[in-house]
Write a protein that binds this ligand. Structure first.
Ligand code: CO
Ligand code: CO
Ligand code: CO
Length: 339
């Protein structure tokens, strides 16, 4: 009986595709009276992956939260993916996660065993990350939601913001694109099990290994590619850094099946929102489906980081599945180019 409840059928949108668009969010947050604190070195005004608070000269505290509706039907995998995604924002700041709190909303159609499996998936990933689940909060609602609030630490001089790319840097992306398209098409039964397996494993994979390699190089800036898609997050990095970012379409890794499905029009709503938000100068001749993949919201996507070109080859050699996807120049006519 339990197997008849399909988790993804209980939710209107899936994973990071449910994220409110960046443009909408900026409008919602506009004009609030906020306190300032000199120790809050990264706050919400920076559109970064997490906020950063200077505890003392050796310690920066990194805090973030992420939760979303089911992206897969298997409750254990859903828990793993939601947790990996939430932990990722600490990695994107160059930090190490230490404490996590569960954020859970159960839906009436979920059995007790399903709820347990979601939580077990979360515990599994937090354990793998070397962090501790210290508590949480569970409510009941119309649709299932799961994620974490995560606290991590970094040395203050090693914190990586999404707004510090330098001209002369190259851009590295550590996971292939297409997650949003594939999970959307999977809801309609259009994705073969081995393909869905591949993309599920990718979403459940922590960005820990990529972070651990990244911090050994002179990385200037980093973010993780999630709900706003590669171009949305790149646009934020370009604007924040006051540089132009150039993405080279031919070098961007993606799931081949996702390109086929995007070509057939299987796009999550978030891809359209991201296209409206990110102002991109697209070179002629780049197929529409490839552009769509670059706007595709990624759940638990890879890290996107900028480092000096001379270090790129050594860094790439240590990262499995990563690719050099572009470069950074002084500000030009546009903030972001897809070429
Ligand atoms: Co992020
Ligand atoms: Co996030
Ligand atoms: Co960051």
């Amino acid at each position: 009986m339990e197997t008849q409840v399909k988790l993804t059928k209980l939710a209107a949108c899936a994973g990071c595709g449910a994220k409110v668009g960046a443009g909408t969010l900026a409008g919602l947050l506009e004009g609030f009276k906020t306190r300032t604190d000199p120790n809050l070195v990264v706050g919400f005004d920076k559109s970064d992956d997490a906020c950063v608070y200077l505890v003392n000269e050796d310690t920066a505290l990194i805090e973030t939260t992420d939760f979303f509706p089911p992206i897969v039907d298997d409750p254990f995998l859903y828990g793993q993916i939601a947790a990996a995604n939430a932990l990722s924002d600490v990695y994107a700041m160059g930090g190490e996660p230490k404490l996590a709190l569960n954020l859970l909303c159960t839906a009436p159609a979920m059995t007790g065993e399903m709820v347990r499996e979601v939580l077990r998936g979360g515990y599994d990933k937090v354990y793998e990350a070397g962090a501790v689940i210290a508590g949480g909060h569970t409510i009941q609602g119309a649709e299932p939601l799961y994620g974490l609030a995560v606290t991590g630490f970094a040395r203050p001089d090693r914190v990586l913001t999404n707004s510090a790319a330098h001209p002369g840097d190259v851009l590295i992306l550590t996971k292939p694109l297409g997650v949003g398209v594939l999970t959307t098409a999977a809801k309609a039964g259009l994705v073969e099990p081995p393909v869905l397996d591949r993309v599920t494993r990718q979403m459940a994979a922590l960005n820990r290994a990529a972070r651990d390699v990244m911090v050994e190089f002179s990385v200037h800036s980093c973010t993780d590619v999630t709900g706003f898609g590669l171009l949305g997050h790149s646009f934020e990095m370009a604007q924040g850094s006051g540089c132009s970012l150039h993405l080279t379409a031919g070098s961007i890794p993606f799931h081949r099946e996702a390109l086929e499905l995007a070509d057939m029009g299987f796009l999550p709503a978030g891809a359209y929102r991201n296209r409206e938000y990110a102002q991109v100068r697209v070179a002629p001749g780049i197929p529409r489906a490839m552009q769509d993949l670059c706007y595709d919201p990624q759940t638990s996507g890879g890290l996107l980081f900028a480092l000096p070109e001379r270090e790129a080859a050594a860094c790439l050699a240590r990262l499995e599945g990563a690719a050099q996807v572009g470069y950074v120049t002084p500000p030009g006519d546009a903030a972001l180019y897809l070429e």
